[in-house]
Design a protein around this ligand. Structure first.
Ligand SMILES: [Zn+2]
Length: 310
């Protein structure tokens, strides 16, 4: 293989995933390492990864993209807050990356990067407008509108996970301080909580256990998923009414049990959105899985490299 290669980093609370794509989005290489606890350790790891890739691929390495969970201010060019990686809070990431990467790079929210990846190289290819929801321990989301990643004025757009979908007394406390966010009502922990609330025990179970029970026809397990589907559908209805997207993609670990929540989700989305807008939207599974973030970060940096720094 020849031609330029583009590096993507996807920083999570437990792992730093990284990989290389080519101009068509094909993954040439990927790997991961435990996320170091300290920021010095993280920068050292990124520097080591970069050096190794540079040694192997030389001048073919053209750019790097870096996605992380949290808020990167486009105005201040600083990390404001990273819930999964608090040592990044307030950190001057741009000069730190400049010291270890000898190529143009871009930084953005990991869910935005995943949405961009699905749009450029995944299930959303060719979509005019796309919304990706990644449902796991929380809900990450990114928006592509009119063929453009929608970052918002300061870079904080697309936080669909923090739309209130359950304002009532059963809405759970979110780490944003609000209650009943989409992220708290549609997540792996909520599936477990729903089940525990119904049967009065089972707090030691995982969402995967509940999924297996649902496959065996356990009524409470099925209801645990359907309850999450109900709130997901409320969120989707809001998204459809607001944005009129052509493509809504759902990914993340919880979607492994998608067959048990999709019916309720689609039913609510249909009920709560205008029928013409609902008819315009395709709701489907995302296709890049855990690689969406790093593929998207690499593609974003690749596609932005000729533009002024942001
Ligand atoms: Zn929230």
């Amino acid at each position: 293989m020849t031609g330029p290669l583009y590096v993507g980093f996807d920083l999570g609370g437990t792992q730093l995933k990284f990989g290389l794509i080519d101009g068509r989005g094909a993954l040439a290489f990927k790997d991961k390492a435990p996320s170091p606890a300290s920021i010095e350790g993280l920068m050292g790891l990124i520097g080591d990864v970069w050096k190794k890739l540079r040694a192997e691929y030389g001048p073919r390495l053209a750019s790097a993209g870096f996605g992380f969970a949290g808020f990167f201010s486009l105005k201040d060019r600083k990390v404001l807050h990273s819930p999964n990686y608090p040592s990044l809070d307030g950190f001057d990431l741009v000069p730190a990356l400049e010291r270890v990467l000898d190529a143009p790079f871009r930084i953005d929210n990991d869910a935005n990067m995943a949405a961009y990846g699905e749009w450029k190289h995944g299930a959303g290819r060719g979509a005019h407008s796309l919304v990706l929801l990644t449902i796991g321990t929380g809900v990450g989301s990114g928006i592509v509108l009119d063929g453009k990643l929608w970052q918002g004025r300061c870079g904080f757009a697309g936080e669909i996970g923090h739309i209130t979908v359950n304002p009532g007394p059963t809405g759970s406390l979110c780490n944003c301080g609000n209650y009943g966010c989409l992220e708290t009502e549609v997540s792996a922990p909520k599936i477990v909580r729903n089940y525990v609330d119904m049967v009065g025990s089972g707090g030691e179970l995982t969402a995967e256990d509940i999924y297996n029970l649902a496959r065996q026809g356990d009524a409470c397990a099925l209801e645990s998923f359907a309850n999450c589907g109900y709130y997901l559908g409320i969120g989707l209805g809001i998204v459809i009414n607001l944005l009129n997207p052509g493509s809504i993609l759902l990914g993340g670990g919880v979607m492994a049990g998608g067959e048990f929540l999709m019916d309720a989700a689609v039913e609510q989305a249909r009920k709560r959105s205008h029928r013409v807008s609902f008819a315009c939207a395709t709701i489907a599974r995302a296709s890049l899985g855990n690689d969406a973030g790093l593929i998207g970060a690499a593609a974003w940096a690749r596609d932005q490299a000729s533009r002024p720094a942001s």
